[in-house]
Every structure is written in C-alpha cells, then in structure tokens.
Design a protein around this ligand. Structure first.
Ligand SMILES: Nc1ncnc2c1ncn2[C@@H]1O[C@H](COP(=O)(O)OP(=O)(O)OP(=O)(O)O)[C@@H](O)[C@H]1O
Length: 206
C-alpha cells in the first residue's frame, strides 16, 4: 500500500497534514500517537472507510480491517457473525475462522450471543472477523484492547505469523510498548507521520 500526502480535517480542524507511508508485504508496522493524534482517522482512510481531503492511497490485495469500535451485533452469536462475514467475503469455509477462535482461546463461545460476551471476548471476535478471509493487507486499530496477557501474547504470535506469510500488517496503538515486535515504528504527531526510533518500555533503544 502506498500512501502519499494525505490530508484530512474535520470542519476547521486539520488532523492529518500530509501523511505518507509505505506498507510492504511481509512487514509489521506500528503507528503510535497520543489520544486524538489522528490514528483512527488515518486507518479509516487507508481502509477506504473515510475519504481524505487530498492525497493518494493506492491499495493492492485483499484487505482486512479491524476498527477500534467493534462491528458486532448484540443479538447475534459468534457463529452467526462468522457465517455472515463468510458470505460478505465470499469464502468457502470457516476453517481459518475456527482456527483463530482456538488460537485466541474462545472456541467455547461459538454459540453465545455478543450481548453475553465479555468486552475482551468481543474484541477477539472483532479481530477474527478482520482475519478470517486471510487478508494480504491488514489494518488493526488498537486490536488488543481488553485482552488478558496470554491473549495479548497470542495476538502478537498471530500478527508475526501473518507477516512471515507475506501479509502487510499495520497496527495502531497509543503505546510504543510493543515496539520491539515491529519492523518499522511511526509516530503521528501534529498531523505528521515520522519514522520513530524503536525504544523499549524503559526507553532503551532496541
Ligand atoms: N467525525 C468527526 N468529526 C469531528 N471531529 C472528529 C471526528 N472524528 C475524529 N475527530 C477528531 O479528530 C481528531 C483525531 O481523532 P482520531 O480518533 O483519529 O484520533 P486517535 O489518534 O485515533 O485517538 P485515540 O488514541 O483516542 O483513539 C480528534 O481530535 C477527534 O476529536
């Protein structure tokens, strides 16, 4: 995915001021920034969910998008969501989806309605819906909110495995804590995206 000089404002307020970014197959890229920096705005533009005011976004390949707000319906079960998205994606079977349910440790919830799931489990389902069609470009907006530690580690295993299979993965976070797991780290600040030094939790350069 090639992104050149993307600008976006809401009314008078300029949020993105000429953002450029390369996202290559086999790359795991992070974008960090403070609350309100414009990370979700950028990701929605990359996903085609929101129009930029100016600039170019060139997409190639099957896209997976995990938005910050879950895309779930309270009254549907986990299984019903999977079947609905299988039709939407036009995929033949749910074997990959079921594999992901097991990897993220909530296979036992298949027949539960979303309204009865915990917040973290809803977030897991939101993530599975973005992954189940084996995307070539994956955009994840704070995908591990509410995950317990074990699931958080499994998330990074899944992300690394996708990267190793040639998927281009972009993860948005407001923390740079995960920097050591990334190939490239960008910081969004003042509407501008800059490649950032990857530092560990103690501020040690990696
Ligand atoms: N639909 C909208 N209308 C007006 N302003 C908006 C809209 N969506 C976002 N904003 C504003 O744009 C700015 C960037 O928001 P955005 O959600 O992209 O930031 P973010 O970096 O993802 O924040 P967070 O870390 O809190 O999720 C914020 O000041 C926000 O209030």
């Amino acid at each position: 995915m090639d992104v050149r000089d993307v600008c976006k404002g809401y009314r008078q307020r300029s949020v993105l001021r000429g953002v450029s970014l390369d996202l290559r197959p086999g790359q795991l890229v992070g974008v960090v920034g403070e609350n309100g920096a414009g990370k979700s705005t950028l990701l929605r533009i990359l996903a085609g969910d929101l129009a930029a005011d100016s600039g170019i976004v060139q997409r190639a390949g099957r896209l997976g998008f995990c938005p910050q707000e879950t895309v779930l319906h309270q009254a549907f079960t986990v299984d019903q969501h999977l079947r609905f998205f299988r039709s939407a994606y036009g995929i033949g079977d749910l074997s990959r989806a079921y594999e992901l349910l097991e990897e993220l440790n909530f296979g036992s919830c298949r027949h539960e309605r979303v309204e009865t799931l915990s917040g973290g489990t809803r977030q897991k389902l939101n993530l599975v819906l973005a992954l189940m069609h084996d995307p070539q470009v994956l955009l994840l907006d704070e995908p591990y909110q509410g995950f317990d530690w074990e699931t958080y580690l499994r998330f990074w295993d899944v992300a690394a495995a996708l990267r190793d299979r040639g998927c281009a993965v972009l993860v948005v976070s407001h923390l740079a804590y995960d920097a050591s797991r990334l190939d490239v780290l960008y910081r969004l600040d003042g509407g501008v995206l800059r490649e950032s030094e990857r530092t560990g939790p103690a501020g040690v350069a990696l």
